[in-house]
Ligand binder design. Structure first.
Ligand SMILES: *[C@@H]1O[C@H](CO)[C@@H](O)[C@H](O)[C@H]1NC(C)=O
Ligand SMILES: *[C@@H]1O[C@H](CO)[C@@H](O)[C@H](O)[C@H]1NC(C)=O
Ligand SMILES: *[C@@H]1O[C@H](CO)[C@@H](O)[C@H](O)[C@H]1NC(C)=O
Ligand SMILES: [Mg+2]
Length: 258
C-alpha cells in the first residue's frame, strides 16, 4: 500500500520533471501524523513548531489556537522530555572534550525559564492553554512568586555533570531582581544547589532580552570568565554578542521572547 502510493508520487514527480524541468509534486510526500496534522493557514502544527525552533518564524505573540492540543501533547508527552535529554547528551559530550584551565573562570551560562526550570504547571492551566492565550504578566509573575517550578530533568542532569567536571555555573535570566530570593529557593528546591553568579534583570531595565543578555555576557568576559557553553530555550538567549564557544537550544513552542 505504502509502496504503491510512493510509486504514484514518484511517477508524478518524474512526469512533472519531464514537463517543466523541475519536480513540482514533492509536497505529495508530506506526512500527516495525528494532531501534528492540524492546520494553521495551510501549515501543519509540526511545521509551525519546526519554524519556531529554527528561528525562521519570529516575533509571534501566541501559539495558534488550532495548535493548542498539538503543543499540549508535545509538552506533556514524552517527546518534549526526549528532545531536552538529547540536547543535554550533546552538551555533556561536548563538555567532556573541554580541557578546563582550572582557574575557576570556565563557565557555563544557563537561562532559567524553560531551560533549567519548567513552567509547565503554569502553562498547562486552562487560562494559559500552552501559550494560545495572550501572555499575562501579572498571572505569570504570581506563579514565579510561588517558587514551585520543577527542574527540566535533562538540564539538571547536564548541570550535575558540569559541576562534577569543574565548570562554574552562571544563571542569566530575564526574571526581575524583585524575585531574587524566591528564584534562589526555587532553584535549590529543584536540585540546583550551587552557582558562581545568578544574574537577574534590574526592575528598571527595559532593554530586549538579546541586548540585556549580550551586555551581561560581555561583562562576564571582561571580568575574565570564559563562556564555554551557553544554553537557552529562546534564540535571544543565544544570539547577540559574547555568545560563548558553543550554544545549545532546548525546545520551547509555547512563547517567544525577542
Ligand atoms: C491576568 O491575570 C490576573 C491575575 O491572575 C487576572 O486578575 C487578570 O484578569 C488577567 N488578565 C487578563 C487580561 O486575562
Ligand atoms: C536603574 O536604576 C539604577 C539604580 O538605581 C540606576 O543606576 C540605573 O541608571 C537605572 N537604569 C535605568 C535604565 O534607568
Ligand atoms: C573558545 O573560543 C576561543 C575564541 O575563539 C578560543 O580561543 C578557545 O580556545 C575556545 N575554547 C574552547 C574550549 O573551545
Ligand atoms: Mg527561557
Amino acid at each position: 500500500m505504502g509502496g504503491v502510493a510512493l510509486f504514484i508520487v514518484l511517477a508524478t514527480i518524474v512526469a512533472s520533471s519531464h514537463a517543466e524541468g523541475i519536480p513540482q509534486q514533492i509536497h505529495h510526500l508530506r506526512l500527516y501524523t495525528g494532531a501534528a496534522g492540524s492546520k494553521i493557514e495551510g501549515l501543519s502544527c509540526l511545521s509551525w513548531r519546526f519554524a519556531v525552533e529554527t528561528d525562521n518564524f519570529r516575533d509571534w505573540s501566541v501559539v495558534p489556537e488550532k495548535c493548542e492540543h498539538y503543543v499540549g501533547y508535545y509538552m506533556m508527552g514524552e517527546q518534549y522530555r526526549k528532545d531536552c535529554d538529547a540536547v543535554a547528551f550533546v552538551a555533556m559530550a561536548y563538555a567532556e572534550t573541554v580541557a578546563l584551565a582550572g582557574d575557576g573562570r570556565d563557565i557555563w551560562v544557563f537561562d532559567i525559564d524553560e531551560t533549567t526550570l519548567s513552567n509547565l504547571p503554569y502553562f498547562a492551566r486552562p487560562d494559559v492553554a500552552f501559550g494560545t492565550k495572550p501572555f499575562n504578566n501579572t498571572a505569570f509573575n504570581a506563579w514565579v512568586a510561588e517558587g514551585k517550578a520543577p527542574a527540566i530533568p535533562g538540564s539538571l542532569m547536564l548541570y550535575k555533570k558540569l559541576v562534577s567536571l569543574g565548570f562554574k555555573i552562571v544563571f542569566l535570566t530575564g526574571t526581575r531582581e524583585t524575585y531574587r530570593q524566591v528564584r534562589i529557593s526555587n532553584l535549590k528546591k529543584a536540585g540546583y544547589h550551587t552557582w558562581k553568579k545568578l544574574i537577574l534583570k534590574p526592575d528598571n531595565d527595559s532593554s530586549t532580552a538579546v541586548v540585556y543578555k549580550s551586555s551581561r555576557r560581555a561583562e562576564l568576559e571582561a571580568a575574565g570568565y570564559r563562556i564555554i557553553g551557553n544554553m537557552g530555550d529562546q534564540w535571544s538567549d543565544l544570539l547577540g554578542t559574547n555568545v560563548g564557544n558553543r550554544t545549545f537550544k532546548v525546545p520551547d513552542p509555547m512563547y517567544y521572547i525577542a
